[in-house]
Structures are given as C-alpha cells and as structure tokens.
Write a protein that binds this ligand. Structure first.
Ligand code: C2E
Ligand code: CA
Ligand code: CA
Length: 821
C-alpha cells in the first residue's frame, strides 16, 4: 500500500490512470445501483399481479381436475351395469364397481349416495364425516344448468389430507342417487403450478384455528415452507390484488393466500380448520439481476476498464513524455548546457507552446550567456582574449604539461608579456581614437607573427599584451620574441601617420621560473619591466632582476663587495653643444668590473639595485666619483657639467641634498657643475616627496634634467611646475626621427615647447651625422650619442676631449667660461 502511495506520488501517469479508472468504476457502480433499484421497484410493482395470475392458474388447475373427476363420475353414473346394481341395491356389486372405477381414474375416495343423500356404499372408510359436503355438492349440482361449466367441486380435509371432491347425479330419468368422487391433492398439482406460473405453491392444513398450520405440500425447500407456515394465515382472506410480504430466514417473499376449503364444508367441524393455498415468490429473487445481465454488465465493466486504462495511459503518456523531455531539458539548462535543443516533435497544443517557450528561453539564455562570456573573457577593442581568459588558458596549459611530466621531452609552457613603448605619448599627441586603432593593428601584428596553432595572444589591458606558447620552451619563446621585435621594427602606417612602435617583452617559462600560472605571469611581467628599463627588447626572466627571489640575496652581497673592493667604474659619455660642437658636459654612467663576469652593463644590476634600495649607495659612490673627476678635469682646464642619474629611491631620501652638499664641500666642487637626471616615472612614484627633494636640490644650485622624456606619462604642463632646467628627449625618438616623420614631429614639438618654457633640450641617442644636422636645424641645444662618443672610462675622457676639440675646433666656449666662478 505504501509502495503504491509512493508510486502515485511520483508518477503522474499512475495518478491519471487511477483517477480515470476510479471515475469509471464510480459510474459503473451508480449504473449498477440504478439497475438494481429499477429492477426492484419494477419487481415490487409486478409482484402482486404475478401472484394473482398464479392464483388464477391454481384455480384453473383445480377446475381442470374437477372437470376430469366430473367426467369420470359421469361415466360411472351412466354405466349400465352400475345402474342395474344401484337399481337392485346390490351393495357388493356397487362397491366392487366403485373400487374398479375409482382405481381407473385415480380417485381415492368413491361413494354412492341415495337420492335422499343417504350413503349407500363407499370405498373409503371416513366418508360418514362428509355428509355436509355431499349435501352442499348435491345442492350445487341441482342449481347447475345442464351444459354449464362444471364447478371446481369442493376441497375438504379428510384426516389431515386435502381432497378434491365432485358429485354427479344418477338419473333414470329422475335422480335415483349420487356418485361422490374424491381425489387427494398431491405433488402433481405443485409441479404443474410451478411449470405453468413459475411460482411456488404451498398447501397448508390445520384442523382448527387453534392448531398451527402444517405444510402439506410445497414446491419450496422444506425449511422455507415451514417458515412460511409460521405466519398467522388464519386471518388472511384472499383478496384480489393484495399481497402479503413475509420474511423467512432473512429472505422476503411476496405471498398470495387463498382458502381452498369452504368454511362450512371444511369437513372437520369448521372450527377454523381447512386448507390454505399460498402462491409465493421470492422478492429477492425477482429483484435479483439476472445472471446473463450480470455477466454482460461485468463484461462491459471489464472491457471499459481495459479501454479506459489503455486510453488514459496513452493520454497520460502523450502528456507526460513531453513533460519528461522538458524536465530533462530544464535539468540540462540547470547544469549549464544551453547548446542542446529541447527536441521532440512540437505539437500545437499547450505542451507544444510550453516546449516552444522553453526553446526560446534556451536560445535567449544561450545568447545572453555567450554575450556575458564575451564580456568576461574577451577584449572588446581588439577581439582578443582578455586577462581572465589568458590566465585560465595558462593554468590549463600548465595542468596539461603537468600530466605529461613523465613523457619524453621536457614539457614546458612559456609566456611572453609585452608592453608598448611610448604608447601614452602617442595617445596624448595623436588622440585616443588613433591610440585605439593602433592597439587593434598591434593585435593583428602579434596574431600574424607570433603564433603557432594552439598558441594564444591576449590583451591584458592598456598597451599590455601577452602570448601563451603551450608546450613552448625558452628557446622557442626567445625566437618568437625576436620575430615580434623584428615585426615592430617596420613602422606602422595608420591614417597618414607613420608610428614607430617599440615594445618591452618579458619571457617566463614553466617550470623553470614559476610553479603556477599566477607566479608565471608575475615573472613574465617582472621580466617585461626589466626589458623596458634596459631597452633590451626581449628579456628572459632571471632571479637577479627580481628583488623577491632568493638569488638576489647573494647578488646584494656581491654588490656590497663591488663597492668595498672597488669593482665599480665610472664611465663618462660626452654631451656636445649642437650650436658650437664643443664638449659641454658628460653623463656619468656606472659599470661593474666583475671579477668573474667581466664588465657588467648597468642594465643588469641597476634595476636590481633600485628594487633593493642599494641604489642609494651606488648613487653616492657615483656622485663622489664624479665630483672627484670634475675636480681633476677642472684642474686640467676643462669646464664641463657632469650629469648624474637619480632613481626613485634617491628622490625619496630626505637626506640626499645634505649628503650631496657634504660631498661638494669635501671635493670643493660647485653645485652648478652637476646636472641631476631624473626620469618622469621616478617623480611620479611619489610626486610630493620628489618635488620637495627636487626643490631643495635646485635651491642648492644643482641643475635638474628630465631624462627619457617622452616615455613617461607626465605632461609638459605638469613639468612646468618642477624646478627643471633641461629636457632629455628619449633616444627612441631620436634614433628613429630620420625614418619616422611622426617621431621627428614629436622631437620638434618637444624642442619648441621646452624652449617656450625656458628649458634647454638635450637629444640623446644621436647615432649619425644626419640626425645631428636635423637636431641642429631644429635648434636643439645639446646632443649625446654614439656618433660623437660612447661612454668611456672617466680617466680617458680628458684625452678624448682633446682629440675631439682638435677635430672640431669649437667656435667659443662661453658656457664653460661662465661656470668657473
Ligand atoms: P640613460 O640614463 O638613458 O643613459 C643613456 C644610455 O644610453 C647609456 O646606456 C648610454 O650608453 C646609451 N647611449 C648613449 N648614446 C647612445 C647612442 O647613440 N645609441 C645607443 N644605442 N645608446 C646610446 P648605459 O650606460 O648602458 O646605461 C643605461 C641606463 O642605465 C641609463 O640610461 C641609466 O638609466 C642607467 N644608469 C647607468 N648608469 C647609472 C648610474 O650611475 N646611476 C643610475 N641611477 N642609473 C644609471
Ligand atoms: Ca641618463
Ligand atoms: Ca636617457
């Protein structure tokens, strides 16, 4: 039962089928009851009529018997021999004839009465008791007209047995006697009644009203008949159309009762005794639904149950199958599968509509999801994957490589990170729309040159791009980086502007440089910034460029030794007046004479020194060394300005001006002999503190210069607020101004603006005479570059200057002369 309940709760089909079948059964039961009720009322209406009919049948049966008896009696009365015997009053013969004749017609009582109704002879022994009967019958016969139907005779009870009697006269031609014939009523009457009227007949007898009724004959089962007899039938007088209801052993019977005996001739003293005939019918039986109807009803019920069952199951199936499909589809949607169509044939009904609605919802959600994914994972400007997608892809690539770790050939993943040079500047000068276009073109270039199938180019944001080389090692990454650098060498032409794009590229590989995706990206970024700083193009990550790595500690120790053990060298690179060609200054640049690595260029340790803060020690060393040399050069008659580079950390050092001042005093050098070079980014790290330091330095008399101008993000308007004397145009513009008209434009406008603001302009990176001439024509003040002189050991500078002067014979040296005071 519980299992069924659970099944119905879970299955709609079972519920629908159960409901339909339940309704059907209810209808069947109602129909069945209606049939019963109507049958019952019909039977109750019919019953009295049927019982009355039965009663008439009984009477006519009795009349038939009476006719037969009468015929037999007439035959006897007409018999010649019998008449002779009656005439001669030969009693012996009479008795024997009566016996013979009675036997022949089946009568049990035969008697002869005289004309005066005295008994003459009889075959039975109790006929003396029948005097009144004979008198009545004779009277009846006398009243009867010849040819009229024979009366049914008379029924009387003789020693507890009912008899039917008839009497005919013996005429010669006057009545000379009477023949009485009696016939015991037996089972044949009951059998005939049943055959003719399909009713039960019961004959009851009693001697007097004081006695109970006795069942004499009955077509009913003995017990039922006895039960019927218990009813007080004495008062019951047969009346047309009446019916008595009697309950016997729980069964209802409709009964019609009739006295068969005439009270006056009952034969046994008329004390309420006599014979009672009951015609009866079982009401229950009459109202019972006939067997064949029952079978038919059952068959109809079963058939309709089967049809309903199949029909409702089919309907439920038709409804529920699409529901199941929709439920499965909803599950799929819930699990995030928006690609599989809802499916199934689409009907035009409500479920079809629902299905359509579902399908529309799926398509719409799928589209929205795609849109969201696009926003979340794609860069809208370039159409490249964005940082989030790139990070996922790197993670995935590492996971795949990790799985293959046992396989032959070292599995490896390489990431290249790339940041455009001077993009901010291009954006500022040529506009954001142009900047956007430029980024799109750069993206196209990267996609063209960089990538094998399966590799991924992404825009991480701003002017930063990244490339993932799945199963790529350092060597491959270097090759790709080189290809990209080569591709960037060709200037980009966009809307009649030609832009020379450079980029710093950082490379990091898994598992050599990092153990997970985020670390790998971080390392590639560190390498990229280092590459930009060193103008190295592409740079593979190594722990020395990363202040957070373990190797830096040993490098730090090495650098301390470098200062202590005098491994650092001061190099000087000349700065020349474009107007006169005279040597007007030099930039102090550091070199490291490493005991095992040889001469190490600054880009391999300056960034590290900046990160670790060791740069302050370095700066002090260079400044003092520069002061020493200035003193020496001064002694040789050379009056030049020495440029010294300052880093962010230096600017944040509040003591720096005092320290410098102390060294100036120590070496007896005027502050005006120095120009301090600061990059825009160094100032922008903490503008307020930087500005405070710069103000104090300026107040001490130091000249200040903005180094690498054009690569940072500061505007000239902002620089105007700084106590600056000089701008150094970044060498990337200068080196390409020959080939790139836009760069030439930038150089020109920078020079003009600087002059308008009262600043002098230095161009660095002059590599040939053509650029020199161009710069001179643009009224640039000074030039620095390989074309004139590379950085050289400081103690060779004086000689070099002599050689230069000999070659170029300066017109005059007013600036140098003025500085001597
Ligand atoms: P920087 O301050 O921009 O120095 C100029 C760099 O450009 C020098 O490289 C110089 O050798 C190079 N250079 C000069 N003319 C040309 C040319 O015509 N063509 C080319 N291709 N390059 C030219 P260097 O000496 O390797 O120094 C690189 C950077 O290292 C410097 O860039 C500076 O930022 C940093 N640096 C060097 N020495 C020091 C130092 O003593 N202190 C600090 N804080 N930084 C230093
Ligand atoms: Ca510099
Ligand atoms: Ca520079």
């Amino acid at each position: 039962m519980n299992a069924f309940v659970r099944l119905t709760q879970r299955s709609l089909t079972v519920r629908i089928v159960a409901l339909f079948l339940g309704l059907l059964l209810l209808v069947q039961v109602i129909g069945f009851s209606a049939i019963r009720v109507s049958l019952s009322s019909h039977a109750h209406n019919e019953l009295p009529g049927r019982l009355e009919l039965g009663d008439r049948v009984l009477q006519s049966l009795l009349a038939q018997r009476a006719q037969k008896l009468t015929d037999g009696a007439r035959l006897l009365a007409a018999d010649y021999g019998f008449r002779e015997a009656v005439h001669s009053n030969d009693t012996e013969t009479i008795v024997s004839v009566l016996e013979n004749h009675g036997r022949r017609i089946g009568a049990t009582q035969v008697a002869l009465y005289g004309a005066d109704l005295t008994l003459k002879a009889t075959t039975g022994d109790q006929l003396d008791a029948l005097g009144p009967l004979a008198a009545r019958l004779a009277g009846l016969a006398g009243e009867q007209r010849p040819g009229a139907p024979v009366p049914s005779g008379e029924i009387a009870l003789l020693s507890d047995t009912p008899y039917q009697f008839v009497m005919v006269p013996i005429k010669a031609p006057v009545i000379v006697g009477w023949v009485l014939i009696g016939f015991s009523i037996d089972e044949r009457l009951v059998a005939d009644m049943q055959a003719l009227a399909a009713l039960q007949v019961t004959l009851l007898t009693r001697i007097s009203a004081a006695e109970p009724w006795q069942v004499k004959l009955s077509s009913m089962a003995g017990a039922l008949a006895t039960g019927l007899a218990l009813h007080p039938w004495s008062g019951a007088v047969a009346e047309v159309g009446t019916m008595t209801s009697v309950d016997v052993q729980g069964e209802e019977f409709g009964v019609h009762s009739r006295w068969l005996t005439t009270p006056s001739v009952a034969g046994v003293g008329n004390r309420g005794g006599g014979v009672m005939a009951l015609t009866s019918l079982s009401v229950d039986e009459a109202t019972r639904i006939p067997q064949d109807l029952q079978v038919a009803l059952l068959a109809v019920t079963l058939l309709s149950c089967a049809l309903f069952g199949i029909g409702s199951a089919f309907t439920a199936h038709r409804v529920i199958t699409p529901l199941h499909r929709l439920a499965a589809a909803a599950d799929r949607l819930g699990a995030g599968d928006y690609t599989t169509p809802i499916g199934g044939e689409q009907s035009q009904d409500e479920i079809g509509h629902l299905s359509h609605a579902f399908e529309r919802m799926r398509i719409s959600v799928a589209a929205q999801k795609e849109e969201i994914l696009k926003l979340a994972y794609w860069d809208t400007l370039t159409g490249l994957p964005n940082r989030a997608q790139f990070r996922d892809a790197v993670r995935e690539a590492i996971a795949v490589a990790q799985k293959n770790e046992g396989a032959p050939g070292m599995p490896s993943v390489a990431v290249l990170m790339l940041d455009l040079d001077r993009f901010k500047h291009v954006n500022d000068v040529l506009g954001y729309r142009f900047g956007d276009l430029l980024l799109v073109r750069v993206a196209e270039r990267l996609a063209q040159h960089a990538v094998r199938v399966g590799d991924l180019v992404a825009r991480l944001g701003g002017d930063k791009f990244a490339i993932l080389l799945r199963s790529g090692d350092g060597e491959l990454a270097q090759a790709v980086a080189q290809r990209i650098a080569d591709a960037f060498d060709a200037p980009l032409t966009l809307e009649e502007h030609t832009v020379d794009m450079g980029a710093g590229i950082g490379i990091a590989c898994w598992p050599q440089h990092a153990s997970d995706a985020d670390a790998l990206l971080g390392r590639a970024e560190i390498a990229m910034y280092a590459a930009k700083k060193r103008r190295a193009g592409a740079l593979m990550y190594e722990p020395t460029i990363d202040a957070s790595s373990a190797q830096t500690l040993s490098l730090l120790t090495e650098m301390r030794q470098a200062v202590g053990e005098n491994q650092l060298r001061l190099y000087l690179q000349p700065k020349l007046s474009l107007g006169t060609g005279a040597v007007v200054g030099a930039e102090a640049l550091v070199r490291w004479q490493h005991p095992s690595r040889g001469l190490v260029p600054p880009m391999q340790f300056i960034p590290f020194a900046e990160q670790t803060g060791f740069i302050r020690v370095l700066t002090m060393w260079i400044f003092e060394e520069a002061a020493r040399h200035w003193r020496m050069l001064h002694a040789e008659g050379m009056l030049i300005t020495l440029s010294v580079n300052l880093s962010t950390r230096d600017l944040l050092d509040q003591e720096l001006p005092q320290k410098f001042d102390a060294l100036l005093v120590k070496h007896q050098v005027p502050a005006e002999a120095f120009c301090l070079e600061i990059t825009e980014s160094a100032i922008m790290d903490d503008p307020q503190r930087a500005l405070a330091t710069l103000d104090r330095l300026s107040a001490l008399g130091f000249k200040l210069s903005i180094d690498d101008f054009g690569t940072g993000y500061s505007s000239l308007a902002y620089l105007k607020r700084l106590p600056v004397d000089e701008l150094k145009i970044d060498q990337s513009f200068v080196r390409s101004m020959e080939s790139d008209p836009d760069d030439a434009k930038i150089v020109r406008s920078t020079i003009d603006l600087a002059h308008n603001m009262g600043l002098s302009v230095v161009a660095e990176g002059v590599e040939n005479a053509h650029v020199w001439d161009m710069l001179r024509d643009l009224n640039c003040d000074q030039a620095q570059g390989y074309h004139m002189g590379r950085p050289m050991p400081a103690d060779t500078f004086a000689n070099w200057s002599v050689g230069w002067r000999a070659k170029h014979r300066p017109v005059d040296l007013p600036a140098a002369a003025s500085m001597l005071h």
